[in-house]
Ligand binder design. Structure first.
Ligand code: HPA
Ligand code: ZN
Length: 383
């Protein structure tokens, strides 16, 4: 009997390795992501893994176009009679090997080209919600890039209606609350951003804020100072990607010129002690993305991720998945990977998850409910 169990154990281990190797190369079988960590590494303790899984979490840095799984991309391409450059899911996955942000963006924009109809945007968004529901993500604030779609002839209305309808259905079916943030593409000019803002005005009640994404270096926040001012005057909150590949000066600009409520990424703040103090004083959170940073070579080893160092300096850090279909894991996997690499405690994890809820744009009553649950679970963990 013992022998049989051992054999089964070995078999599962081997299976884990196969899946894992495939994931390393091409992210095959991503639905097994959770078990894989345990099966292969067997380093993180099961109790902590369960704790990460169970606690309510919010996601504050997620590009909906970055949740486009290759299988769904091929399905939608096929029903829209669009031929992808890659012949198969496997071939596409082989291309998920990036040296920097731009290499990723080139592929990400190409993938988005197959999204044509409102239903396509619905399917994309709903597939994401189905995944995070199983990971106890209770609230999500998703980015979308209108210009990626309007520049190829899609109506702003088509995009937002598909996304919004899926989010409404997700809230009904899974209880996941949400907000929508529209990002300007920073490689385009400010006039284009103004046009996008005009298009968004009829949907003002659906969009809580504006953000700034795409190729960072050479496209500083100052380029968008006026359009962000107009957005704020229209009642939008503001956030911006800064300090992912760009310097700490970009983070200063996002704070001082764009008046952001949160910095997306922000890794480079550690280059400037005064900036770190400023982030602490102003209570400006960083929406950090460990697996994204590893994939895009912002860091070369997760053990060098700055999240823990920043937490120790009292910076408000949150953990997020950025573009999970491209970077190898959804929110839970980001927590697992970081916890393992930085040897995080349950208390550290609960701070990260609590930050994500506290610094979300969710209403106070719901925030409190989730925060209470986290502290109860932490108490149970420690008993
Ligand atoms: N950085 C900048 N732009 C992006 C990203 C990112 O990580 N993901 C999608 N657009
Ligand atoms: Zn991002």
């Amino acid at each position: 009997m013992k022998n049989a169990i051992n054999k089964l154990g070995n078999f599962i281990n081997e299976l884990g390795k196969i899946v894992f190797l495939n994931r390393e190369n091409s992210l095959i079988f991503s639905q097994f992501e959770v078990n894989l960590t345990g099966l292969n590494e067997n380093k993180m303790n099961k109790k902590l893994e369960n704790f990460i899984n169970e606690i309510p979490k919010a996601e504050l840095h997620l590009h909906i176009e970055g949740t486009f799984e290759p299988e769904l991309m091929f399905d939608i391409a096929s029903r829209n009679h669009i031929e992808l450059k890659y012949k198969s899911v496997g071939e596409l996955k082989q291309a998920y090997n990036f040296n920097n942000l731009q290499e990723f963006l080139d592929l990400y924009y190409e993938g988005a080209n197959v999204l044509i109809h409102e239903q396509d945007f619905y399917d994309l968004t709903f597939a994401y919600l189905e995944k995070i529901h199983k990971q106890n993500v209770v609230h999500t604030e998703i980015f979308f890039d209108p210009q990626t779609h309007t520049d190829r002839g899609r109506a702003f209305e088509t995009v937002i209606k598909g996304i919004k309808r899926a989010l409404e259905d997700g809230e009904k079916q899974f209880g996941i609350t949400y907000e929508i943030i529209m990002c300007f593409l920073r490689h385009l000019n400010e006039d284009e951003a103004f046009k996008t803002l005009e298009q968004a005005l009829p949907y003002k009640d659906w969009i809580i804020g504006v953000g700034l994404d795409s190729s960072e270096v050479g496209n500083p926040p100052s380029k968008f100072e006026k359009v962000f001012e107009k957005a704020r005057n229209e009642g939008f909150l503001t956030v911006a990607h800064a300090g992912e590949e760009g310097s700490s000066d970009y983070i200063w600009e996002a704070l001082n010129l764009l008046k952001v409520s949160r910095i997306d990424h922000g890794n480079r703040c550690l280059d400037d002690e005064k900036l770190v103090d400023k982030l602490v004083d102003l209570k400006i959170p960083l929406t950090m993305c460990p697996l994204s940073n590893l994939s895009l070579k912002v860091i070369n080893d997760l053990k060098k991720h700055p999240a823990k160092e920043l937490l120790d300096k009292n910076v408000i850090v949150t953990i997020n998945s950025d573009d999970p279909a491209y970077f190898g894991g959804y929110l839970r996997k980001n927590y697992f990977a970081l916890a393992e690499a930085l040897d995080l405690s349950a208390a550290d994890i609960s701070v990260l998850a609590s930050n994500s809820l506290e610094y979300s744009f969710l209403d106070s009553a719901k925030k409190l409910q989730h925060l209470d649950k986290i502290s109860d679970l932490l108490k149970k963990f420690n008993n």
